[in-house]
Design a binder for this molecule. Structure first.
Ligand code: CA
Length: 269
């Protein structure tokens, strides 16, 4: 069952009807109505998540299993999906992989145990962020707001060659968010692209994990810094399928990462 639970509720005094909500303050109302899809099969948790996101002004649609969620993702083209890992029918991993075949929406995956996150990161399922239950609804809202400050590929203009950065064998276009490695497009999830764009903006400069998190997830993000390492690992794999090619992302032990290629003139100019 697909439930569209509405948008832009009257915020004048109406609080989320949840015991935890009483401790949270400062609902934010967004300027535009952003479509968000929540795929969660536990009714109490689904209700809390929904109420918080509606309270923040998002246009929330809710489904309670993976196949309905997948259909809703195709129909609604949400900007963000809150996706439970453990779902009846299609599980969260399958839903996430499917969504990634047609959408660059931001995906926050909910897991029951923190050790599941490492496994999921290792599988490279394509989620951008992870939250372990139980979590504070405020934390989810913070991550949601941080995510939605980041642009989506499909919603950006494509006529912006001047924003492309050229390196030996690699082009990074920060407007179209396209990456080309030796004339072949590289398919990066948004988080991978944002990390690459952050460190490639200033080659050879060393960036700490904290700096990368502040730049990519936003300064208020409270997740584990380890997530940077895992996204960098995927990024490297995608940039270095051919072992003969130079490595673009260097580990600076105990500190963080740096981008190591030198800029070149745009080919053909
Ligand atoms: Ca579940």
């Amino acid at each position: 069952m697909l439930t569209h639970v509405g948008t832009r509720p009257d915020l004048t005094g109406e609080q989320a009807p949840d015991a935890n909500a009483g401790r949270e303050t400062g609902f934010m109302c967004s300027d535009t109505t952003v479509p968000v899809l929540v795929i969660e099969d536990e009714p109490p948790l689904a209700r809390i998540v929904r109420d918080y996101l509606i309270g923040a002004g998002y246009d929330v649609t809710q489904t309670h299993n993976g196949s309905d969620g997948l259909r809703a993702a195709r129909e609604l083209d949400p900007d963000l999906v809150v996706l439970d890992l453990g779902l009846p029918g299609l599980d969260g991993v399958e839903v996430c992989r499917e969504i990634r075949t047609f959408s660059d929406c931001y995906i926050i995956m909910l897991t029951a145990r923190s050790d599941e996150i490492d496994k999921l990161l290792g599988l490279g399922v394509g989620a951008d962020d992870y939250l372990t239950k139980p979590f504070s609804p405020r934390e989810l809202l913070d991550r949601t707001q941080a995510a939605l400050r980041r642009p989506r590929v499909s919603k950006l203009a494509t006529d912006s060659r001047a924003t492309a950065w050229h390196f030996q064998g690699l082009t990074i276009d920060t407007a179209t968010r396209e990456v080309v490695l030796h004339e072949a497009p590289v398919s990066l999830i948004r988080t991978e692209f944002d990390i690459l764009a952050t460190i490639a903006a200033c080659p050879r400069r060393v960036y700490s994990r904290r700096h990368i998190i502040d730049a990519v997830w936003g300064a208020g993000w409270g997740g584990d810094e380890h997530i940077v390492d895992v996204h960098v690992a995927h990024l490297r794999r995608k940039l270095g399928a051919d072992p003969l090619l130079s490595r673009y992302v260097d580990t600076v032990r105990g500190v963080g990462y740096r981008f190591v290629a030198e800029p070149v003139r745009e080919p053909g100019r």
